[in-house]
Write a new protein. Structure first.
Length: 191
């Protein structure tokens, strides 16, 4: 895997080079995905949050300069309080290099971070400080052609021992959702 030069945001931050981005973006557009919220994907994210017990769960499509959460589950109030007393809100978009999903997309493999601070590559990511994210569990959302469209992921503000069962769960859910998305695209229907 190759990397673009590090852009120091906070600490060591290596953004993986995403050579498949143009093809993925084209595929997402043909499928009608990645530009607006999908109620079925919000429902999926809610189910994922319940299954994992994580406050955040997403179905994420990574674009050229941003990522879009077409499915999003967040707590009613952010569990983190900043020094100024405000609470960060995770919206539907984040810059492409924020978070950990781009690493899952480029690697084409699930990623389990029980405590992101244990990994210098990930500890400096803006979501750690900006949103208080301390643990992450994500799997690639791969369509029938083998194209990684995005991720299915859960995140928590506390370190978590996701374990083998968490890894198996996220991978199975991502595979099931990929089949649903492919079937809907083939039939010209929404997800």
């Amino acid at each position: 895997m190759s990397y673009e030069p590090a852009r120091p945001v906070r600490g060591l931050l290596l953004t993986p080079e995403d050579k498949e981005a143009p093809a993925r973006i084209s595929r997402l557009r043909r499928m009608g995905l990645g530009d607006w919220p999908e109620p079925a994907l919000d429902d999926f994210a809610d189910q994922l949050a319940r299954l994992t017990g994580a406050p955040y769960a997403m179905v994420n499509f990574v674009g050229q300069d941003h990522q879009f959460f077409a499915g999003l589950s967040t707590p009613p109030a952010a569990p983190v309080v900043r020094e100024d007393g405000s609470r960060p809100e995770i919206g539907r978009t984040l810059p492409r290099g924020h978070g950990f999903c781009l690493h899952v997309v480029v690697r084409r493999k699930a990623l389990v971070l029980e405590d992101v601070r244990d990994y210098p590559r990930f500890a400096g990511n803006p979501v750690v400080d900006d949103y208080g994210i301390r643990s992450y569990l994500g799997a690639p959302l791969t369509d029938g052609s083998g194209m990684v469209l995005g991720t299915v992921c859960a995140a928590d503000t506390a370190p978590r021992a996701w374990g083998r069962s968490g890894l198996d769960t996220i991978k199975a859910l991502a595979a099931d959702l990929a089949v649903r998305i492919q079937r809907a695209a083939d039939d010209g229907l929404p997800v």
